[in-house]
Design a protein around this ligand. Sequence first.
Ligand code: NAP
Length: 281
Amino acid sequence: MKLIDGKRIAADIRAELKEEAARLEKRLCRPAGLAVVLIGEDPASQVYVRNKIKACEEVGIRSFAHYLPASATQKEAEELVCALAQDKNVDGILVQLPLPAHLDAQKVLACIPAQKDVDGFSAENLGLLARGEEGVVACTPLGVMELLRRSGVELRGKRAVVIGRSNIVGKPMAMLLLNADATVTVCHSRTQDLAKICAEADVLVAAIGKPRFVTADMVKEGAVVIDVGINRVDGKLAGDVDFENVAPKASLITPVPGGVGPMTIAMLMMNTLTCARRQLA
Ligand code: NAP
């Protein structure tokens, strides 16, 4: 078994992006810019936003942090995002989810133009991915693909199984694997014989949100196992994979923490630079 060190790979990528950001800054005559919108005081969201701003500083992307109180109205939220959509110094807009319950997140996200949709959540970007065309791809599945690529995993003709079908992880993950010529099966809460399907996978991606869901009997000897899950168990982070028992069977496996997580922010930086570069075209 070999560990895929997402922390190290993400650091390598941030270093590469730093050079790219400097080159772009010369061509744009300004730094690439990422606007981050946080509405409310959710502590986990505050940590995520802080980490994203820190990554911007490291790479050389200018961050614009906008905070609205939890009492913000739908109109205030939409007006802020629409103003950022017009701002020439802003190449990417990220609205930190979840939003307070009284707000319609889809309507707020709809104010982000596809060219500034660094999360790749828009119908246009998801549609481009489904068609195998160039758009902006959601950061977490994009990060998984980068981990697989940099770990030398061949996907063509391989059996890939994705557990989870969310719009931000499972579905785009499956489409990326399909675009890379894998034979893809997507499992979800209504899937029958899930364990048997997983046990056929050469590459198994778990994006469920249930600690230690993937057990050793569900994993083929020599499989590549990617654990997207982030769960809190007794105050500690745990993935969706029973790491201790699965790792001895896997040829490659990501740990939690230190696997997919750090890649998500690195890909956010990459997507911001991609959006900035496209401003030049
Ligand atoms: P989500 O929207 O809750 O989706 C979970 C998926 O898992 C759903 O498709 C659901 O099926 C499926 N599922 C739930 N219980 C199942 C079961 N018993 N058997 C089979 N499938 C089951 O979650 P998400 O946003 O995709 O996130 C998934 C996990 O990844 C979470 O732990 C989240 O924290 C983590 N995550 C990590 C990162 C990162 O940067 N590492 C980023 C995003 C998310 P149905 O569709 O049938 O309900």
